[in-house]
Design a protein around this ligand. Sequence first.
Ligand SMILES: Nc1nc2c(c(=O)[nH]1)N(C=O)[C@@H](CNc1ccc(C(=O)N[C@@H](CCC(=O)O)C(=O)O)cc1)CN2
Ligand SMILES: Nc1ncnc2c1ncn2[C@@H]1O[C@H](COP(=O)(O)OP(=O)(O)OP(=O)(O)O)[C@@H](O)[C@H]1O
Length: 181
Amino acid sequence: MIDKRALRARIRAARDAFFADGPPAIVPPPELLALLTPGLTVTSYMPVGSEADPAPLARAAVEAGCHIALPHVTIRTEPMRFLAWDTEAALHAGPYGLSQPTSHASALVPHIILTPLLAFDAKLDRLGQGAGYYDRAFAQFPHARRIGVAWSVQQVDSLPTDPWDMPLHAIITETGWSERR
Ligand SMILES: Nc1nc2c(c(=O)[nH]1)N(C=O)[C@@H](CNc1ccc(C(=O)N[C@@H](CCC(=O)O)C(=O)O)cc1)CN2
Ligand SMILES: Nc1ncnc2c1ncn2[C@@H]1O[C@H](COP(=O)(O)OP(=O)(O)OP(=O)(O)O)[C@@H](O)[C@H]1O
């Protein structure tokens, strides 16, 4: 069994090296554009370090008439919320170097969750930072589309899974869209 901690360290190093070479843009794939209808809530995130930047995807969602929300976390025992963000509004420094909406913003129910991650595999299992925030959000919003955003170097042959892990429906990298089949 692969050790999750060692795997996280290995993938962080690969992601950092890829990013240091000058990261390409994540271009909105047609398969995502086809899902974006006016009035949907799409959650994005503000990248930290060498994470893939979903901003072009969030812009496409705004252009399609969707509402944008960003994750907001406090302490590990409190669930993450998705708070409304109008893309001009100021962000505030949160834990772990995160930029987050003001805690007074309205909590929204997501239709599409653009999900940061450390590693993914061909089955679209996902490994995150280990706090379980997205795993808990997926359980809270089982009807939302779970779409990972990552660099292709974050793909691994297979991931150890836990009973609570819910696979992604699709993943977007700099090489395009792949979906679960
Ligand atoms: N950009 C982004 N926003 C996000 C997440 C994320 O993964 N990426 N989250 C996904 O859950 C939530 C924040 N969760 C986090 C949970 C744990 C750690 C963490 O343990 N960080 C390590 C350092 C990691 C590193 O060096 O890269 C630490 O602080 O020790 C960070 C964020 C919500 N917002
Ligand atoms: N649906 C859930 N309900 C309650 N606790 C959960 C749920 N899902 C995960 N957890 C808790 O979250 C912790 C971290 O899980 P895991 O290592 O799979 O996180 P991750 O997928 O790497 O992180 P993240 O989802 O934050 O990106 C686990 O200890 C688990 O107990």
